[in-house]
Design a protein around this ligand. Structure first.
Ligand SMILES: O=C(O)CCC(=O)C(=O)O
Length: 270
């Protein structure tokens, strides 16, 4: 990471905690997008062992290094995962033209119960992705609903799901738990998405620009209701976000409507 500029604000972090993603449209310069497509056509990027530091994984001059040195990308990544994450793995996902099928909805992990740490997945789209090109489907707010890999594959469509369309050079950073899947490509154009998964190497505590931590919009973002779950069930998501926000801010007293305080109340116990 080359910069501590362009950090996310607390309101943006709270939005990430509620939605499970942070999207940056068209942030990658055209020259890099133009270089990326033939490289992705030529095959996978060089293998990286699990847990390799970024600078060791991606040499100077590589597409991956250039991508991670874009100040807005570096700042957002640092805000979410902290400085000096390691690379878990990376892969170029291609949806072939008129391929006839979609990828089932899934999360990229076995059941992962961490609330005080998370991995970040970067998805980079070097070309414009139009509605018929198999843009990645994801379900905002699904990341804290713990599932086992493709156990969600039988769900065909969920209210509130989004199917990505974007300008060239778009980067999306996602919580590892978000439900997602590549859609069917009905166009005549290959669709590319390059993904890098990052593991934190430091506590993910106040790693962003915290100057607006007390902004009431933080609680408003954390209280977002998503349409895929009924009202009562959505409270579970908000409760889990409170737990995550407490960990991210190192503030065990943070709460919304007294929910977590009430649940934690054990009078007389040390
Ligand atoms: O191709 C896509 O849009 C999504 C693929 C993906 O993220 C996966 O296979 O885990």
């Amino acid at each position: 990471m080359t910069t501590t500029q362009h950090l996310l604000s607390s309101v943006e972090m709270a939005r990430f905690v509620a939605n499970g993603y942070h999207r940056m449209d068209g942030v990658v310069p055209a020259e890099l997008n133009e270089r990326a497509i033939p490289e992705f056509d030529a095959g996978q990027q060089p293998h990286v062992d699990y847990g390799t530091p970024v600078k060791q994984a991606f040499p100077e001059g590589s597409i991956s290094r250039a991508l991670l040195e874009i100040p807005t990308v570096a700042g957002a990544l640092q805000s979410l995962v902290g400085p000096d994450p390691t690379v878990d793995h990376h892969h170029t996902h291609i949806r072939e033209p008129n391929e006839g099928s979609a990828q089932p909805l899934h999360g990229d992990a076995i059941i992962d119960t961490r609330i005080d740490a998370f991995d970040v997945q970067l998805m980079y789209y070097p070309q414009e992705v139009r509605a018929d090109m198999g843009g990645t489907l994801s379900v905002p707010g699904s990341h804290l609903r713990r599932t086992n890999e493709s156990d969600t594959g039988r769900y065909q469509n969920l209210r509130g799901q989004t199917r990505l369309t974007c300008p060239p050079g778009t980067v999306v950073l996602l919580h590892h738990g978000i439900w997602h899947g590549g859609r069917r490509n009905d166009s005549d154009i290959r669709r590319y998405m390059y993904k890098i998964r990052f593991n934190p190497t430091v506590p993910q505590v106040r790693t962003w620009d915290v100057s607006d931590l007390d902004d009431p919009k933080v609680s408003a973002e954390l209280s977002t209701y998503h349409p895929w779950s009924e009202h009562a069930t959505s409270r579970l998501e908000i409760y889990n976000r409170i737990r995550m926000w407490r960990a991210l801010t190192n503030n065990p007293a943070f709460d919304i409507d007294y929910w977590a305080t009430r649940v934690a109340n054990r009078p007389g116990r040390v």
